[in-house]
Design a protein around this ligand. Structure first.
Ligand SMILES: [Zn+2]
Length: 295
């Protein structure tokens, strides 16, 4: 399904309302046709490719649910931020950035990226920096590089149309993802608030309901409050010493009842960022293989 925000900026809805393993795309009708992210809907992407045309794919970041169908566009130029480009160009970098290298999830992640989300390295033709203008025919977008979700998560601001594509600063009830190896909680908070402060008339996100009328300041604060709830739950759990395995299987963030390995990976990726922060500020300690809150 496609929703037209303006004559030239369309939302390509992802399957399952853009819930993982899908994500919404934007389509720009100008400049030979531009798809922003390729994890939405293979049939719509093929229709656009064969009809209006797709000459360029702009990737907001390298996560698998955003590149799923990029192989349908072998001739399109790929653009990404300078910080995220290496993970689109190399499987090993992708796994390293996703904190899925050298741990119990590596083999399964490799299989996931070989089968469910077929990863093939793509040369990034243009590396985009924060503040740079991207021109697609008469349509102009300003790059807003927002590190925290990925090291160079690329948001697109269309100043003339008052539209801001927030990508995976997605305002969902699950809350923020800051679990990638080069990322962190404070970086995520700072980027989310910077994006809210732009005050765009219309924001578009990658997951669940795609269109949020601006301003989104209140929604962003509500979204960020999940971070505090996660940390509070972790504090409660660490009143007794806990091993890494106990923390993962408690599923404070991702919830229990689904034993899919990926949720264990997600749980540890997120909770370990909180643990790092709590240890760094002297609130918690790691001793004898156990994490514990200090009195
Ligand atoms: Zn993502």
């Amino acid at each position: 399904m496609i929703t037209r925000l303006t004559d030239g900026i369309w939302v390509v809805h992802g399957g399952k309302n853009g819930r993982y393993p899908y994500s919404h795309s934007l389509y720009l009708r100008d400049g030979g046709g531009v798809l922003v992210d390729a994890g939405s809907d293979p049939e719509e992407i093929e229709r656009l490719r064969d009809g209006e045309g797709i000459s360029t794919v702009v990737m907001t970041h390298y996560h698998e649910d955003h590149f799923t169908y990029i192989s349908l566009l072998p001739d399109a130029e790929v653009w990404a931020s300078a910080a995220d480009a290496p993970a689109l160009e190399s499987l090993e970098t992708l796994l390293a950035f996703q904190a899925a290298l050298g741990n119990e999830w590596e083999a399964r992640y490799r299989k996931l990226l070989a089968e469910k989300f077929p990863f093939a390295p793509r040369k990034v033709a243009r590396r985009v920096s924060d503040g740079e203008e991207m021109r697609f025919g008469k349509t102009a977008a300003i790059a807003v590089v927002a590190p925290g979700h990925s090291p160079g998560h690329l948001c697109l601001l269309f100043p003339k149309e008052g539209i801001l594509f927030l990508g995976d600063y997605d305002l969902t009830a699950f809350g923020p993802w800051y679990g990638d190896a080069p990322c962190g909680i404070e970086q995520f908070r700072g980027s989310a608030r910077r994006l809210a402060a732009i005050g765009a008339d219309t924001c578009v996100v990658s997951h669940e309901g795609p269109v949020h009328p601006g301003p989104v300041t209140g929604k962003v604060e509500e979204y960020l409050s999940a971070i505090d709830r996660r940390e509070e739950a972790l504090r409660g759990f660490l009143r007794e010493p806990r091993t890494r395995e106990e923390i993962i299987s408690r599923r404070l963030v991702c919830g229990r009842g689904n034993d899919w390995w990926w949720l264990d990976y997600a749980e540890w990726s997120l909770v370990s960022k909180h643990l790092e922060g709590m240890i760094l500020c002297g609130e918690a300690t790691f001793e004898g293989g156990r994490y514990l809150l200090l009195p």
